[in-house]
Design a protein around this ligand. Structure first.
Ligand SMILES: [Zn+2]
Ligand SMILES: [Zn+2]
Length: 321
């Protein structure tokens, strides 16, 4: 790993540490600045990997020979007219690095506008009145795009995600998902996050058995049912809320149906209550089952704790009305 990539991790880990669900302006300014410093090094790192001369403002032989390969010069070559008297150490700017790196990196090309916006925020923070900073825009970039973008870079450059995110990977993943406005992107990330969790956990000794037992015990409570988890295909728990309507003619409150309020899966740790997402997964009552409290066989959910075979004959209660 070249020193630009090495150093970018230092700044990105500061960013990762600082990101929370709520950030005030002073926190955003600090994080944005670290983010820009990290991105600038990352872009240079990509160019440097191809050819170290691509990051120099003066890449000619006269100059670069002394900067990049000074150890190769013979002692008697010092002071030669073929070499600049005073070598120019300057490296190209953030924006120039971006213009060059987008030609060779798919991730840079796909995140060009975000990377430009980060550069602009850095310029304002460094040189201008902070009032000029587009707080909402930089907030979105920090909370939503930082994680997904750096995750792409980690894949493209074969760098361990830990180098960018430190120990904050899952926190950043969760915050990024919550900020996605595009529903399909959000669902895609939820699936990715929880498949990862399932893959990591299922190999642990006794894990699956333990979650099975706990799931069964939760399903014994009223207003709980189950269906296949959309992520890991194990038994997920569906939390239901009875829809109660006053039956005025008998002056009694009666359950007229159930609303699905949440899906939770102990196996892959999915915990989702966004109705748009649950609709997308086509969670509806007709797909729900429940183990009978008595005989343990699964029956189609209808609000009862017992399957039809185990249910006491309740016709006698009609007399109450
Ligand atoms: Zn699951
Ligand atoms: Zn039964």
């Amino acid at each position: 790993m070249n020193s630009y990539h090495q150093d970018s991790g230092l700044f990105f880990q500061q960013v990762s540490k600082g990101i929370e669900e709520k950030l005030d302006k002073s926190e955003l300014v600090q994080i944005a600045f670290n983010l820009a410093l990290g991105c600038e090094r990352l872009l240079k790192g990509i160019l440097y990997d191809i050819n170290p001369l691509y990051v120099l403002t003066e890449p000619s032989f006269k100059n670069s020979m002394q900067i990049g390969y000074a150890d190769r010069l013979l002692p008697e070559s010092k002071g030669s007219g073929e070499l600049l008297k005073t070598p120019i150490q300057d490296v190209i700017t953030y924006k120039n690095s971006l213009l060059r790196a987008q030609l060779v990196s798919k991730t840079v090309a796909n995140h060009k506008n975000i990377l430009f916006a980060i550069s602009e925020a850095r310029d304002i923070i460094a040189h201008c009145n902070l009032k000029e900073l587009d707080v909402e825009k930089i907030n979105d970039i920090i909370q939503r795009d930082f994680f997904t973008m750096l995750d792409f870079f980690a894949q493209e450059l074969a760098i361990k995600p830990h180098h960018y995110f430190g120990g904050h990977h899952d926190k950043l993943f969760k915050i990024s998902i919550s900020k996605q406005t595009d529903l399909s992107k959000r669902i895609e990330l939820i699936l990715e996050r929880h498949i990862k969790k399932w893959e990591q956990h299922k190999v642990l000794d006794g894990y699956v058995k333990k979650q099975q037992l706990q799931t069964k015990s939760i399903l014994n409570s009223s207003d709980r049912a189950t269906c296949k988890c959309p992520v890991c295909k194990q038994d997920a728990i569906i939390y239901l809320e009875p829809i109660i309507e006053n039956k005025s003619y008998v002056n009694l409150n009666g359950i007229i149906g159930y609303e699905i309020v949440k899906i939770r899966c102990l196996f892959c740790k999915l915990n989702e209550d966004d109705p748009r997402i649950m609709d997308n997964w086509k969670l509806n009552l007709s797909r729900l089952t429940k183990p009978c409290t008595n005989c343990k066989t699964y029956f189609h959910f209808d609000g009862h704790a017992f399957c039809e075979d185990c249910r006491p004959d309740d016709r006698g209660q009609i007399g109450l009305f």
